[in-house]
Design a protein around this ligand. Structure first.
Ligand code: MG
Length: 210
């Protein structure tokens, strides 16, 4: 089981590319993205927070609703997969592992990212939380992922970048996990990932070979 945003795909890079395009459409320089990115909080801030921050500080001739839709669209359209990540997925599946994307978010939007990144052709299944009715770290979404490939959580691993969603969810189910540190230190005191990885390729190789 593997997370999508900022795990399989560099979601923040895709968001920034979309942001720069919006700025360019309004005759504004790309470096405004530097102060907007922290408002985005890696996609976890509500979209109106990001849109309001931009509308308060920039001369944008756009409604809040249209800006929110443009921000969503930018993330979806700029979802890209690194070739080395695609290769690592291919090696894991060639080794007999089934790979399931487990992502918090809407079915349509996350599905479009998965297709735009070419991941729909590379993985065995995808589960978006909207389809299950609960987000990670709730157990139901991980059970749904195992069921999607006729598998069991007994021999599963979870790979992701969010301590409170990916790793906590795995911890509660007794599933081993790999956390992508992305330059951060591990913070929670009451649970830990099984392994900490420098990259998604390292994470996939660790989970597929241990
Ligand atoms: Mg993530």
């Amino acid at each position: 089981m593997i997370d999508l945003d900022n795990t399989l795909i560099d979601r923040d890079a895709g968001f920034r590319t979309g942001l720069v395009a919006i700025l360019a459409d309004h005759g504004l320089p790309a470096d405004h993205a530097d102060w907007i990115m922290p408002f985005d909080d890696r996609g976890y801030a509500p979209r109106p927070v990001v849109a309001k921050a931009m509308l308060d500080r920039l001369d944008l001739d756009i409604t809040e609703d249209d800006l929110i839709e443009a921000l969503y669209r930018g993330s979806r359209e700029n979802a890209r997969l690194a070739p080395e990540t695609a290769a690592a997925i291919g090696r894991a599946r060639a080794d007999g592992h089934r790979v399931v994307i487990v992502t918090n978010g809407p079915v349509a939007g996350q599905g479009e990212k998965i297709r735009n990144a070419g991941l729909d052709r590379l993985v065995d299944a995808s589960i978006a939380s909207e389809a299950v009715g609960v987000d990670k770290p709730e157990p139901a979404i991980f059970h749904a992922a195992a069921a999607a490939v006729g598998g069991s959580l007994d021999d599963a691993w979870m790979i992701g970048d969010r301590d409170d969603a990916d790793i906590l969810g795995a911890h509660r189910l007794g599933v081993p996990s790999v956390w992508l540190h992305l330059g951060r230190d591990w913070a929670p005191a009451d649970y830990r990932p099984t392994h900490i990885a420098d990259s998604v390729v390292d994470a996939i190789e660790h989970a597929a070979h241990v």
